[in-house]
Design a protein around this ligand. Structure first.
Ligand code: SF4
Length: 207
């Protein structure tokens, strides 16, 4: 069960006020384009599912100022003001926009990666183009829950991470005082799905 609902098409969100006309103008002319380029700098197989890929791509400029506007128009987005990140789910894919780069996991293949890049570039440019009509939203709509994380931990209370309980570990994971790598048992083979869930969760919420 996903912890947030995905969106099928980033650019067809009913709340996105960007028009097709504007998008075409930006694509064709390029003049006055806010974000010129997104370049892939890293690509490899996903750890949990080697048939899918993850990649990072660098923005040609800092796009921090646009994130609260995208947060406003995409109701399923998770915006983390402190981490300066915004995450969108597109079906099973997890797409995170940082101020200077894009991080994507579970892309289908390289072609899919380039399609995601095109969509993200359009999303950023169209949102910027229309920002006068959008009220920026600086809050995170959905808060991360320690109980959700705890439910996917091994629940052994073995203390190997330095905490007395798995719940304490989950709480500190969300406050940034712990790292998932310190839970040795989450890497046991039978916990693979739980590890994947926690890694997705942490990425979505900008940890
Ligand atoms: S190492 Fe993992 S299983 Fe052990 S207490 Fe810490 S969180 Fe729980």
């Amino acid at each position: 069960m996903p912890f947030i609902f995905g969106i099928d098409k980033i650019l067809t969100n009913q709340n996105n006020k960007c028009s097709i006309g504007n998008r075409d103008k930006i694509k064709e002319g390029g003049k006055g384009m806010y974000l010129d380029d997104i370049k892939i700098i890293f690509m490899q197989s996903c750890v949990a599912d080697s048939k899918k890929i993850r990649f990072k791509a660098k923005f040609s400029r800092d796009i921090s100022e646009v994130l609260p506007y995208i947060n406003s128009v995409l109701k399923d987005a998770i915006y983390n003001k402190n981490a300066m990140s915004l995450t969108i789910r597109k079906e099973f894919r997890i797409i995170t926009l940082h101020s200077d780069m894009l991080a994507v996991s579970k892309a289908v293949n390289e072609t899919d990666a380039y399609e995601i890049i095109d969509s993200v570039k359009d999303l950023i440019n169209n949102t910027y183009e229309n920002k006068e009509k959008i009220k920026p939203l600086y809050e995170m709509r959905s808060k991360p829950s320690a109980i959700d994380v705890y439910n996917h931990l091994p629940k052994l209370n073995c203390r190997k991470c330095g905490e007395y309980t798995c719940l304490a570990f989950a709480t500190k994971l969300l406050s940034g005082e712990q790292n998932i790598k310190r839970c040795v048992h989450i890497y046991d083979v039978h916990n693979r799905e739980n590890l994947e869930w926690i890694e997705d969760f942490l990425q979505v919420f900008g940890y």
